[in-house]
Write a protein that binds this ligand. Structure first.
Ligand SMILES: Cc1cc2nc3c(=O)[nH]c(=O)nc-3n(C[C@H](O)[C@H](O)[C@H](O)COP(=O)(O)OP(=O)(O)OC[C@H]3O[C@@H](n4cnc5c(N)ncnc54)[C@H](O)[C@@H]3O)c2cc1C
Length: 393
């Protein structure tokens, strides 16, 4: 079977809904992924290796903090940024996760809640990829319900002392700075964000091994034992659980686009394969109605997902997006991508389980993407609360 090369997916002239600049950004990211990530990703996935060599080239293309302005950031629109994450995740969800964390969960909170000194110190270095960051919200006992967190910050003189455990933290062991969310004892346990340099005494990060998903991304546990940081490391404008949730909204938006990319990769591979693979009367399997039904389902769902996330992006660019819009796009598009990965895997038969093709990797990756940044069911409850006015958590 010859190697299958991605050809793009556009059933309804979706490209005509994009501006010239948006198409240029998408095509640049697509070429970068094709030339640099696709050739190495299966090896990275097998080895459980994050392709760190791509950090600098991705920084040079403006992928980090792409939708922020100033500090060397590219100042892309939200739709442009979304198209970048689509292409990144067409390559691999783990690499897209790295970029999402660096951009939406580290640079965004510093940009939004940080002091001028924090912004000037960290944002240019994070944008250039000279410094890497991680975001510590989840704890061993608190995932979907982060408000229950046990990590505490105590004010002692001109310092804060942080203690607690964080779990499932992307980029934890490669980060130079961790955005840590903790309850501040002197402020009635209000949740606030802190910048913790990872070389501070008492800070420890260890990788989680044995993951069958996002193997090209680093995932770690963090331990903070009486870590002392200057009071100037508090993100001054962070205030309550709403602050980390604002960060998650940024990341979820990128995921909603990214999932379309993963779905496109699986669908296009399955379509090309089905035209090449012959079974019964020397006919391609694409000639069988049951195979066509799967392809028709996938292209319909991908097309609807593209339209949904484009509209959410347009609302975001107009400053009108609501968190429930982003929840709908994340929930729908990740579910859709996972279903496409399963159907595509099926169309490839036994070849579908081998890493000569990208599908099984996408399938395994998407299981994490369905869970993190608000599980599928948590987003169901967010949409439910939005339409009924009744909180069902
Ligand atoms: C690879 C990976 C990377 C990650 N990276 C980060 C990171 O960088 N930073 C970070 O802070 N976190 C990160 N996470 C953690 C992620 O955000 C959590 O896994 C997620 O929030 C879910 O929490 P949990 O795993 O504890 O599941 P739980 O909250 O225990 O949920 C388990 C199940 O119960 C369901 N459930 C829970 N509550 C309800 C309810 N009220 N009603 C109905 N169903 C409910 C859930 O939908 C789910 O199906 C990462 C996770 C993974 C897998």
């Amino acid at each position: 079977m010859p190697a299958i090369k991605f050809r793009g997916v556009d059933f309804i002239d979706f490209d005509t809904l994009l501006s010239d600049d948006e198409r240029l950004v998408r095509d640049t990211a697509r070429k970068f992924i094709e030339d640099n990530l696709v050739p190495i990703i299966e090896e990275c996935n097998r080895a459980g290796r994050f392709p760190r060599e791509l950090v600098k080239p991705m920084a040079d293309l403006g992928f980090f903090g792409a939708s922020l302005n100033g500090y060397g950031c590219a100042g892309m629109s939200n739709v442009e940024y979304g198209l970048v994450t689509q292409e990144l995740e067409r390559g691999d969800s783990g690499v897209r996760s790295f970029v999402s964390v660096q951009s939406a969960l580290v640079m965004y909170p510093i940009y939004t809640f940080g002091s001028d000194e924090q912004k000037n110190t960290w944002l240019p270095a994070l944008q250039k990829g000279e410094k890497l960051g991680c975001f510590g919200l989840t704890e061993p006992d608190f995932g979907s319900n982060p408000g229950g967190m046990r990590t505490r910050a105590r004010k002692v003189g001109k310092e804060y002392v942080l203690s607690g455990e964080k779990m499932w933290i992307t980029s934890g062991t490669i980060a130079d700075v961790a955005v840590i969310w903790a309850k501040v004892e002197d402020e009635g346990d209000k949740i606030r964000g802190f910048l913790v340099e990872t070389d501070r005494p008492g800070f420890k990060a260890d990788d989680i091994h044995g993951k069958w998903s996002l193997r090209a991304s680093v995932t770690s546990g963090l331990s903070l034992q009486d870590v002392r940081i200057p009071e100037s490391n508090l993100l001054p404008a962070s205030s309550g659980l709403k602050s980390p949730l604002m960060c998650l909204n940024q990341a979820r938006y990128g995921i909603a686009w990214g999932a379309v990319g993963a779905a496109m990769a699986c669908y296009d591979c399955a379509l090309q394969y089905s035209l090449l693979r012959k079974q019964f009367r020397d006919q391609p399997i694409a000639s069988h109605q049951l195979v066509q039904e799967k392809l028709a389902w996938m292209i319909s769902e991908i097309t609807k997902a593209q339209l949904l996330v484009l509209q959410v992006g347009r609302l975001k660019d107009a400053g009108k997006v609501q968190h429930q819009h982003i929840s709908m796009a994340k929930r729908n598009n990740v579910w859709m991508a996972l279903e496409c990965a399963r159907l595509s895997r099926d169309i490839l038969g036994a070849n579908g389980v081998a890493d000569d093709y990208p599908i099984m990797r996408h399938l395994m990756n998407l299981e994490s993407v369905k869970t993190y940044e608000g599980t599928h069911d948590i987003h169901t409850l967010i949409i439910g609360a939005s339409v009924t006015g009744i909180d069902a958590f």
